[in-house]
Design a binder for this molecule. Sequence first.
Ligand code: HEC
Length: 155
Amino acid sequence: MQHAKIYAGARLMLTAVAVAACLSVVAAGAALAAEREPLKPRVPGDRLEELRKQANPVAVTAESIQRGEAVFRGVGSCNVCHGETGDGKGIGASGLDPSPRDLTNAKWQKARSDGELMWVLKHGSPGTAMITVVPGLISEEDGWNVINFVRSLKK
Ligand code: HEC
């Protein structure tokens, strides 16, 4: 008898936790934040000119794009936030403010040089969920491969 009561109590608690989790997912979905001024440069002002001129040392080949995609969906986990198609709506995006970049945005693609993107991979975007990934998580060379893949996402 005593046991049955405890089990019933535990079941009720589990249900309450599950309902609360569902509600918070719904709330986060409803409150999906916007991107923060996507066209505004993310690199320090005194580096901008130099980084705009920095070329990607890895040639845009099918092999490089394929490697970049493998890193994006694999060890880099970029898809978790940026989404499978790069639209910024990954499963980890809800609740992030600012929200992850829509990497398919043609205007954003045009506004950024590869050098600026590498700066973000190396330094993150301070004050956001975009953390440093080069060289801790992925090598610099794979960073350039990922950038070649990101370029292929443009819509
Ligand atoms: C935890 C979530 C998360 C993960 C994982 C993540 N990003 Fe981001 N990323 C963000 C957010 C949030 C922003 C927007 C930052 C801002 O507005 O400054 C962003 C911005 C960017 C930008 C745009 C920078 C710019 O100059 O506008 C690029 C490029 C990028 N991420 C690439 C990547 C790559 C490549 C990976 C995987 C190696 C990755 N991100 C992993 C959350 C994430």
